[in-house]
Design a protein around this ligand. Sequence first.
Ligand SMILES: C[S@@+](CC[C@H](N)C(=O)[O-])C[C@H]1O[C@@H](n2cnc3c(N)ncnc32)[C@H](O)[C@@H]1O
Length: 293
Amino acid sequence: MSKKLVREYYSKDCLYEWRRLVQDPYHRLELDTTRHFLRKYLPAKGLVLDAGGGPGRYTIELAKQGYGVILLDLTPGLLEIAKKQIGRAGVKEKVKAVVMGSIDNLNMLPDDHFDAVLCLGGAFSHLVDRRNRNRAGAELVRVAKKKAPVFISVAGRPAKFVNALELLPRGLLSANDAFWNDTLRRGDYRGGYGFTAAHFFTPTELRQELQGRLRVLEMIGLEGFFSTHRREYNRAIGLGKYTKALRELHIDTCTDPVAVGISEHILLVGRKRLHGRPARSSEDENQGQSPDS
Ligand SMILES: C[S@@+](CC[C@H](N)C(=O)[O-])C[C@H]1O[C@@H](n2cnc3c(N)ncnc32)[C@H](O)[C@@H]1O
């Protein structure tokens, strides 16, 4: 059911999805910070899966950099836009396939196949049922080669508390509303206040859901300490002379656990384990002091 809702939601304004990440400096934080960590962890070349890649912004960028890419998404209208943009960008040869599908069932793709796997901008969040997320986690990791990096970004829960501050004065929420308990306490949002069904994560939860399959290399708050301050951030960037300082400040602080915790979007970068087994906590820290076995 929730997949149908999600598909309907994204089908309504496909062009918005193409523009989403470049519409203003605040949204560019998500794009530019993700790019920064892609550069840090992607191998120099190879085949990348862009799962939940929507209209293909990352697909096109990686194809331009010489990677082979397979783009997969749930929403047909977004894939149509992706095909047009791929043609326009002149990267058809590098984009090996554009596939309609869901990240919790990648049975059209072989095991141990991709040099990197991306699931960016929230497709993983749109699986509200934990069992479907478990399947998606297993699938995204299954199709990655051993030791390949896997990048998964989701919507963060504490940032939603700020949304509640906006809904309360408008009479859209009461303290015993389902939104209050299901969404803010448990992270399960069934839709109804603009956005479509999604699970909103705390960083701890995201790590716990994936660390049995991936060695977690880094957790990143994509909007970091500027999270939820869209207007103020855009205004400050608009002044021109603080752009470099603000960007550097953000990149230097976006892996701080507090910045990760409050961020609207949280990126987890992990590496496929050589052998599937439960994580040992000492192995899962940013410093990467223990080699994968
Ligand atoms: C906010 S968009 C992000 C698109 C792109 N990755 C980006 O970061 O710009 C979320 C995308 O997830 C896709 N999606 C949602 N649920 C999905 C699922 N179960 N399987 C594959 N794609 C899904 C939507 O169709 C949409 O393209």
